[in-house]
Ligand binder design. Structure first.
Ligand code: GLN
Length: 198
């Protein structure tokens, strides 16, 4: 499985290390030919408006939108969650997402209370162990469409969701050294989706 990490802005290196720890050999991607060659993608945390704008500058916005719509498995953390959302609240004027995940997110939602915080949350992957979740000017999910499963919540706001091929978290597992979310993406989301296509 060829897994790319979108390397336009954000914490690309941390996602690459997390994926390596899960036994995959990830590559940083930003050019059309690189994106064409991957089977699955990670959208890092960072700044969603900047990543979307840079994807247009690099000529890959439509390509990414199209591959996501056609079922490429993608995991997005924080800004990456915003980029996967079909609808963004408190968006910057003209802000675009790639879409594909039938959720409505509110940008910087926790930010009105506290900018950044950490907490331990239950994650619905069958493990009883809590996950350390780091939130940095994070979005939360305000509405989920049919076919979207909530995997974790904070104060009843969903912060981890999945559809068949897409996984998104408001928090940043790539900076904690806990690889459960990345492993879940590879083994439970991407691998089954790619097996089906074969
Ligand atoms: N607030 C940022 C945005 O809107 C996301 C922050 C993050 O990825 N840590 O893109």
């Amino acid at each position: 499985m060829k897994v790319g990490v979108l390397a336009l802005q954000g914490d690309v290196r941390e996602h690459i290390s997390s994926l390596i720890a899960c036994g995959v050999d990830p590559i940083a991607v930003r050019r059309p030919a690189e994106i064409e060659a991957i089977d699955a993608l990670v959208l890092p945390g960072g700044e969603s408006t900047t990543i979307a704008q840079l994807s247009e500058v690099f000529g890959i916005y439509d390509q990414l939108k199209d591959r996501i719509a056609r079922g490429m498995p993608v995991y997005g953390s924080c800004a990456g969650m915003i980029l996967l959302a079909n609808e963004i609240l408190d968006a910057k004027q003209g802000q675009k997402s790639f879409g594909g995940l039938d959720i409505t997110v509110r940008r910087n939602a926790f930010g009105r209370q506290v900018d950044s915080f950490e907490t331990d949350i239950a994650f619905e992957d069958g493990s009883a162990d809590l996950i350390r979740a780091v939130f940095i000017r994070a979005p939360w999910v305000e509405k989920v469409g049919t076919g979207v499963q909530v995997l974790a919540s904070v104060d009843s706001h969903p912060v981890a969701v999945r559809s068949q091929t897409l996984l998104a978290t408001s928090f940043h597992p790539e900076i904690t050294g806990d690889y459960r979310i990345h492993r879940y993406f590879i083994e439970e989301v991407a691998r089954p989706a790619l097996e089906k296509v074969k």
